[in-house]
Design a protein around this ligand. Sequence first.
Ligand code: AMP
Length: 393
Amino acid sequence: MFRTIDSLDVKGKRVLVRSDLNVPAKDGKVTDATRITRSAATLTELADRGAKVIVLTHFGRPKGREEKYSQQLLVAPLAEAVKRPVAWAADCIGPQAEAAIAAMKDGDVALLENVRFHPEEEKNDPAFAKALAALGDLYVNDAFSTAHRAHASTEGLAKLLPACAGRLMQAELEALGKALEHPEHPVAAVVGGAKVSTKLELLGNLVSRVDYLIIGGGMANTFLFAMGKPVGTSLCEKEMADTAREILDKAKAAKCHIVLPVDVVVAGEFAAGAANTVVGLDAVPEDQMILDAGPASIEAIIDRLNGCKTLVWNGPLGAFEIEPFDAATNAVAQAAAQRTAEGKLLTVAGGGDTVSALAKAGVEGKFSYVSTAGGAFLEWLEGKILPGVAALG
Ligand code: AMP
């Protein structure tokens, strides 16, 4: 279990909040402020409760102090999001940070410069964590997306100050908990995407946790190949055939039912609008590639989901970027969204291309929870303990 900001008496306290304001930017302007707007909930709540709110974040991947990664461009959009002025300090530790914080009144918000301007941040250096801790009385971690990294501002700091989860972190942990840690069964997982090799740990963890593992996308080709089916020129990791068979065996032992395509859409090239046909698994031509699951597979997957209470989704079921090979991803995502709207299915998705695949299917806002956390979401699906979360326990 983790503590939330409900457990903190913040009035008059200096609260260090680790947010993830690592937004896309171009020519010194933020191009998508979603992360800032989403992070504002925790910051405004703390400020409204009378805290001095000191925001820590990283921006980009600077190697030491690199002005193009200065966070000063975030001040204006952050002020707009928290509906109050935001003070600025050109360093996240030391005299500049101390002066900015000393000037704060209860209810004020300040943003400090990029924590990654100090290489000690990513090394989780104890002296750097101590210098950060000296600036605050309490610590709130609201950056689930960096919780898989044991950095000073995500992990070290939590050990030095009373620590808890912010509202975004809380929402993410609650959604993920409901989906895999204490879900309503039956639970299905859709795992798609390009390669088995990048998702081995994920598949290994899921077979021991879910009732149905629905495998699609390029990685299904490797499984089909391992089962002796022809795959033509498909994306397929033939050297992973033994591993795929091991996963199938592990699933059997764990009583996890694996759902693979029963028919596939094939084309001569990986290109939008390429001439395509639906074929059975034994009929994939030598000079064609599998780019999507076929209509019978879609029906079988949706049927399966109709009997489930919980769905975890990572990875597209086909080459969703190029039409018409987005059909299976769209149809299954829309069916899952419909079941969610009816209150019959809890749907949690995230990682890699999943967010854009679901947005393209028009269902991003219709799942119970879509995580934008990328790497942290994947590590959680792999069953790993995230150091930033563990430190809040
Ligand atoms: P990932 O990042 O592992 O979730 O993989 C997503 C990528 O897998 C997308 O770029 C898809 O185009 C690709 N993909 C899915 N199915 C196929 C397929 N049958 N053949 C080639 N690429 C695929």
